[in-house]
Design a protein around this ligand. Sequence first.
Ligand code: B3K
Ligand code: ZN
Length: 873
Amino acid sequence: MSSPSVQRRSDYTPPAFYVDAVSLDIVLADHATRVSAVLQVRRTTPNTAHMTLHGHPSVVLEGVTLNGTPWHDFEHTDDRLLIRNCPDTFELVITTTISPADNTAFEGLYKSAGAFCTQCEAEGFRRIVFYPDRPDVLARFTTRITAPKKEYPLLLSNGNRVKEEDLGGGVHRVTWVDPVPKPSYLFALVAGDFDCLRDYFVTASGKEVALELYVDRGMLHRAHHAMESLKHAMRWDETRFSLEYDLGIYMIVAVDFFNMGAMENKGLNIFNAKYVLADRETATDQDFMNIEAVIGHEYFHNWTGNRITCRDWFELSLKEGLTVFRDQEFSADRGSRAVHRIKNVRMIRSHQFREDAGPMAHPIRPEEVIEMSNFYTVTIYEKGAEVIRMIHTLLGENRFQEGMQTYVRRHDGHAVTCEDFIAAMEAGSGEDLTQFRRWYSQAGTPEVRASYEWDRAQKTLRLTLCQKTPPTADKSPKKPLHIPVNTALFSKTGERIPLVRAQTRQNEVLSLQQATQTWVFEEVDTAPVVSLFRGFSAPVRLIHPLETEDLHVLILHEEDDFSRWDAWQMLLKKEIVAMVSAMQGGKTVQVPPSVCEIAAALVEDQSLDPAFVAEMLTLPAESELAGWFDTVPVEAIHHVRQALRDGVAHGCASVFSARYAALHQDSFEMTTAAMAQRSLRNTLLGYLALVPSGSDQVAQHFAMATSMTDSIGALEAAIFGGCSCRDRLLEEFAHRWSKDGLVMDKWFSLQAVAPAMDTLKRVKELMNHPTFDHTNPNRVRSLIGAFTARNHRCFHAEDGTGYRFLREQIELLNSRNPQVASQLIDPLLQFARYDLPRRTCMVEQLHTLRAMPDISSDIYEKVHKALKSSADS
Ligand code: B3K
Ligand code: ZN
């Protein structure tokens, strides 16, 4: 095949023709759905005679009429329809036929467990009908859906239901009008038979909004948490951002087959059922929190994404970075801020830093894209959110909100750019963000090196910070960035020392703007401990030569819980790196007593949030540890991590056991406090499983479990503790839940991440389990994805079996569902960081993939970039 083409941000041109309104008439049928689109078109560029519409090879063109007469002056290629010699304004009717039942890619209109549903972002609408499928064409949509009433009693689309008709012969038709102009990627349609949970919300200005949550029949009892989450999100957006919902109805539909988490279609969100359905028997506390976050995220898009959308897909972070920042703040305001921050930072450090260091490195506003679906990345989303958070840190909450109000006032109803956002933030706050803009155009993780000198006689502290961003695969320029450094000083006994310069107390946020910059603080009359990047105030790698004793001071006395955790991470890193080199030097590995002492002290401290203590006890994953080494010592990091867990478990057994017992809950509650207790109790169980009699305790925990959180806590402890009860518990669990795919996903994942060397064999057996379904993305991710992305040691087995397995799975998925194939491939792209035999084998798999005759653009882009980076190096 010819290489898929590259799109460039610099090639943007405004649309030559605008669609003011579109009326869709869709007659649903599995293999021959007929779509007719009536477009009211207006020329916007005087000298352009021809109008371009996007399409897809799977769409059959039936006919074109222009101003009521059949039109033959057009060119039709696989993915384009060029209407030639158009008048200035006209009505264009395009009729197509598509086959939703054969759509295994789950883009456009497809069938999910007997229901029709759509996924149009980024470029799925063109798989339904030819259309200017670009986010800067905003039209008013009217949608008429016709289908058999018995199978599809519910026919949903965006906006308001204006008409219902019985056409006789068991067929009905529903018409929807969406009053708000929108780009085609926000179009949605659902047809099926669902149960509906109804509620309502009264907005701050007193408008009543109908809330409708559609779930598979019989699942209503699992829909309440999602509904409550929606109402919390709506209220929160009013109070924190002064943003109110605009329409009279908000619908959410949960479907079983979905490529990602959820989709913010205007007024009709479509969700992966995983992010809707929950009750305490089937969902863990973490699932409950994830649901609230995703429901919030999609709801917040109504302003940041839908009413103000992106000019083109290079600007994706405009809506995603900002909306992730908003959902993170929502979760932080609703629960424990520090714990949420820790989880976000773990994600950035393990996934985003890796992306920045790999062949797919890109700035949060990319310059070049082959397949847009590949750019829904941790960089665009999570680093994008960190960039918004830095603006928030520099401006403070009040000025940030003034900037947001300016953004909304200026751009409501438009398709805009990241530059428009920054300009609005500047105008609203009065802050100059000229240099800050570089975060949008430079890829890579900056390294900040800290050094300092305390002058006892002068009572001054000279703090010097140097920044440098290493080169990245995309070769974007690297200039000094504007980096906010939230800073605090503590005495060696833990008292806070104020930041004073020129005899004035200083703000805690330093602006690092040059390659090297020095600050001199006065009135520092005792040797200080310097705490930098408090709250992870910038997405950088900090190189900070803190002595172990200083780290102890921060772990015990930092006022910011996130920074306590971060100091603990620095200490663990020091110890783990030393243990790895001891192991590689053939020495015995010793767990330093101070690690056990700190762990025990944390667990004994009743004043701490138990969820925070649980985070402190959770060691970095092997995949994160891998990022600490130039050449990843696969086996050593596995054994060292294991030794550390064993050492802590044995060293702290009595303290852990006592606290475990004290955390017992007599009754189940779904409060933040109760969830925090369960989190710590299950984390402690993971350690107790490693000491003698651990297996009995785990089995008892499983038997007494009154929630999925505790059942999974026990299974996880049994698997990672190698407990003798493991197989029995797994069997009991499967026996109870084998009919429930979402619950069984947890069971698949746990077995896939098991560190035992025969795990791959087990994964292959599980692929034949009756509940496994290779066409369902959730099943694929929970079994195959968990093994390849989260079982670092087994995936990187020296004999290459893990690599070959992933290559085979990608071959199978490449044409069936390229997006899911592309989600899975990332661990194979990391070859540059592994030893020669592993690297050679990984590169071989990539070559095999590149030779596939029907390679999708999704896989092509990643494989091509990875092999290019290997040739360049
Ligand atoms: N905007 C969607 C993601 C669409 C992904 C398309 N491949 C969900 C979200 O970020 O809210
Ligand atoms: Zn989003």
